[in-house]
Design a protein around this ligand. Structure first.
Ligand code: PEP
Ligand code: MN
Length: 358
């Protein structure tokens, strides 16, 4: 069984950064009373801009080793360089994680993976800062290819221009869900600390991750969060972590309850029928758009007609509202359908490769 599936949920907690020996020992002692699976602390900190605390480096591994020996608690650190990997292995780190700013660089990830060739150590790969599921999966595969057995993904959200929805990093849940669809057995851990950027919303995102079938959580925890040298606003103290964990509702993917199973089966059959109808309707709609494409071609009209698209958005929004559906959701859905119509019409106009044969 994967190391990351030895507890449900698998909990990783500890400060953003190992600041001092006292802070590491104090946090580890408080957390060891709480049955967490891994203690975390960054000793090399990737900072967005220079001039702030960049980690204590290798001396902090000694503090982590001391904390492990005193409290019988395994720990994990971030590695971003092959030198970090060598020092982590030489000093006995129990698990490693790859940061979001490292996962974006396949050359670097490959170097890190090669430095770990054949080593039996669990590795967690954070999502890259950009919304690229292949790049994330690629990072994971590079470690697997070097023989690392216990690889997990960490979902820490994606960078954007501004904090939409009050989140520091956009969660973009469809991306970790897609990763899970492609690799159902791969453990996925959610990092609500870096997603939210603020401690008041960690419980909510942690619960959402549990409801989305994630395997674990990584939550930044500091004895006095407001005094933390890095990521102060998003760290919780050990008592707050305890409270978050105690209130988590852990659900199962399946149920043994016969009556629920029967009701689900019935509703799913209805749903499958509707899905078939939706696809048939989309096909009919796209057929119409091919016919319209022929007319546009013959009358020398553009495939995309902004006024027509505005009209579709308006009509669809009104109908969405009459069903109490989210307008944004319906427009997003229609953008996809409209885009496909335009793509087909462009091919009729001859602007694109002739790939559609009717
Ligand atoms: C961290 O875990 O403290 C960290 C630097 O994370 P990320 O790579 O997700 O920014
Ligand atoms: Mn952090």
């Amino acid at each position: 069984m994967s190391f990351f599936k030895t507890a449900k949920p698998f909990i990783i907690a500890g400060p953003c950064s190992a600041e001092t020996r006292e802070q590491v020992l104090e946090t580890a002692a408080a957390l060891s009373a709480m049955k967490i699976q891994l203690f975390r602390a960054g000793i090399w900190k990737p900072r967005t801009r220079p001039g702030s605390f960049e980690g204590n480096g290798v001396v902090a591994i000694e503090w982590l080793n001391e904390a492990r020996d005193l409290n019988n608690i395994k720990y994990t650190i971030e590695v971003a360089d092959t030198e970090h990997v060598e020092l982590a292995l030489k000093n006995g780190a129990d698990a490693l994680w790859i940061g979001a700013r490292t996962t974006v660089n396949p050359f670097q990830v490959q170097r890190l993976a090669e430095a770990l060739r054949g080593v039996d150590i669990p590795v967690m790969v954070k999502n890259p800062v950009n919304t690229d599921v292949d790049l994330w999966l690629g990072g994971i595969e590079r470690f697997e290819a070097m023989g690392i057995k216990d690889v997990a993904a960490i979902h820490r959200g994606f960078s954007g221009y501004s904090a939409v929805g009050g989140m520091r990093n956009q969660p973009n849940w469809p991306i970790p869900i897609e990763l899970k669809r492609r690799r159902p057995e791969l453990p996925i851990i959610c990092d609500p600390s870096h997603i939210t950027g603020k401690r008041s919303r960690i419980a909510e995102v942690a619960q959402k991750a549990m409801d989305m079938h994630f395997d674990g959580l990584m939550i930044e925890t500091h004895p006095r969060p407001d005094e933390a040298w890095t990521d102060a606003a998003q760290q919780v103290n050990p008592a707050q972590l305890k409270d978050i964990l105690e209130h988590l509702v852990i659900r199962d993917e399946f149920t043994n309850d016969m009556s629920s199973q029967v009701q689900l089966e019935y509703l799913r059959q209805l749903m499958d029928n509707l899905d078939a109808e939706i696809i048939d309707l989309v096909a009919k709609r796209l057929d119409l758009s091919l016919q319209i494409g022929e007319i546009k071609k013959n009358s020398n009209m553009t495939a995309y007609q902004p006024a027509r698209w505005r009209e579709i958005v308006e009509t669809a929004s009104e109908r969405a509202q009459s069903h109490k559906l989210s307008k944004e959701f319906i427009i997003e859905l229609y953008e996809k359908i409209h885009h496909e119509s335009i793509r087909r019409q462009l091919s009729i106009l001859g602007t694109m490769e002739k790939e559609i044969k009717k």
